[in-house]
Design a protein around this ligand. Structure first.
Ligand SMILES: NC(=O)c1ccc[n+]([C@@H]2O[C@H](COP(=O)([O-])OP(=O)(O)OC[C@H]3O[C@@H](n4cnc5c(N)ncnc54)[C@H](O)[C@@H]3O)[C@@H](O)[C@H]2O)c1
Length: 399
């Protein structure tokens, strides 16, 4: 019998998500008689202990009988059970200093660590992520902020809704003024923002038309990497080349700053990639953007006016376009920034279900195999030893 445990999230502040919902646990145990799931009780998980009990799932503080333990965020080192196989987001593969002790403890305690972030399909695309609901919540927050700033309409904050279904109910009867939204990116986050565009009936306009026309109703356009970046030397774009040499590419977003009211930023970004615009562009009179939902959310990254994370409770701050300083939100001549770093936590039930679905579809069967390349390639530590693929972490893992 394979015993799987769902651990309680112990990292502070407590995360409210979980790897499998009660119904997913029920489905698994019905369809896989050789698997049993035990859930560690939690007072802050988005699914209540009772919901698991009602689904026929066993609750137990003690998970020592489990071989595999599933979490979401980093597990505090003192909570790690020796000799177990853990799956969670460890944030150790880039030698993140705050998690050095975590990896060292994993090795000391003979633990096997499979990192969700390292689970990829054959083509290198990540299997698991919370981007879709980050996109949904980010898009909603961006529009809500614009309504508050312009005092033209109001929307219910997402975290006040039980789940996505309830959020959608609030959209009925919402009439938005004419406004123009630019969405960047083409991954999971962008897909989530497009979902909200559809639900609110905001019309898609191709980028070239969006740039030159005005509309009597709300519209959006989407700029994928191929529309955003051009190689300096020959004005072409190749995905493979861009991923390898992003520093050779210029960003073509600038014309959109004069045609856009809300920017929803969902691109992949790192330091080698040109920002969407500069502080100098931001200070110009023709800079039209009033609200930026920076879902990508890198401080001083693809959006220079990202001055750091905001929180679910206090999601928006203003930025003065000339002094570059933070201001109160919703003022008339500032840019409002929505930079929440944990957006999926506003819709934790749906985000967890989506995560569990992906886990079920692409990872679960691998856990039942004697050997799985997918799992092996995402295994940072195997019974207390770094695997070959992650041996570059040795100096970080050494005590
Ligand atoms: N604020 C939040 O709560 C939150 C939540 C989830 C994700 N995010 C962030 O949003 C951004 C987008 O996330 P996502 O889930 O849409 O990602 P994704 O993995 O679904 O998509 C990323 C896109 O970037 C492309 N890409 C991958 N590697 C690249 C590279 N080296 N160079 C250029 N492009 C590359 C991919 O082809 C894909 O189209 C990320 O920066 C992520 O950290 C924020």
């Amino acid at each position: 019998m394979l015993q799987i445990g769902l651990i309680r999230e112990e990292k502070q502040p407590h995360d409210n998500r979980v790897a499998f919902t009660p119904l997913q646990c029920q489905w698994i145990t019905r369809n896989y008689p050789q698997v049993n799931i035990t859930v560690q009780p939690s007072d802050w998980r988005c699914f209540k202990n009772d919901e698991y009990l009602k689904a026929g799932v066993t609750l137990s503080e003690d998970l020592s009988h489990c071989q595999i333990l599933l979490g979401i965020k980093e597990v505090p080192p003192e909570k790690l059970l020796a000799g177990k196989t853990y799956l969670f987001f460890s944030h150790t593969r880039k030698k993140q200093p705050q998690n050095q002790h975590l990896l060292q403890t994993i090795l000391q305690k003979n633990i096997t660590l499979i990192d969700y972030e390292c689970l990829v399909h054959e083509d290198g695309q990540r299997i698991l992520g919370f981007g879709f609901f980050a996109g949904v919540v980010g898009a909603h927050n961006g529009i809500l902020t614009y309504g508050k700033k312009t005092r033209t309409f109001s929307l219910t904050p997402v975290h006040e809704c039980h789940d996505f279904k309830e959020l959608i109910n609030h959209y009925f009867g919402t009439k938005l003024p004419p406004l123009k939204i630019a969405i960047t990116g083409s991954g999971r986050v962008a897909a989530g923002t497009l979902e909200v565009m559809g639900l609110l009936g905001i019309k898609y306009i191709p980028p070239e038309e969006y740039l030159i026309n005005n509309y009597a109703y709300p519209v959006y356009t989407q700029l994928k990497a191929g529309e955003l970046y051009l190689r300096r030397t020959d004005k072409t774009y190749s995905r493979e080349d861009f991923h390898l040499h992003p520093d050779k590419y210029d960003c073509r977003f600038l014309p959109f700053v004069t045609a856009t009211d809300i920017l929803m930023n969902g691109i992949y970004w790192d330091e080698r990639i040109a920002p969407l615009f500069t502080w100098t562009d931001l200070a110009k009179d023709n800079f039209r953007i009033k609200v930026i939902a920076d879902i990508t959310d890198d401080t001083n990254g693809s959006v220079p006016s990202n001055l750091g994370d905001s929180t679910i409770e206090d999601p928006v701050y203003g930025v003065d376009r000339h002094t570059h300083l933070k201001t109160a939100p919703y003022l008339s001549d500032t840019v409002d920034m929505m930079c929440v770093s944990n957006l999926p936590n506003e819709l934790p039930r749906d985000a967890s279900q989506y995560f569990g679905d992906q886990l079920m579809k692409y990872v679960f069967d691998e856990l039942l195999k004697e050997h799985s390349d997918t799992l092996h390639n995402a295994t940072i530590a195997q019974q207390g030893h770094l695997t070959e693929r992650f041996s570059y972490l040795q100096d970080y893992a050494d005590l």
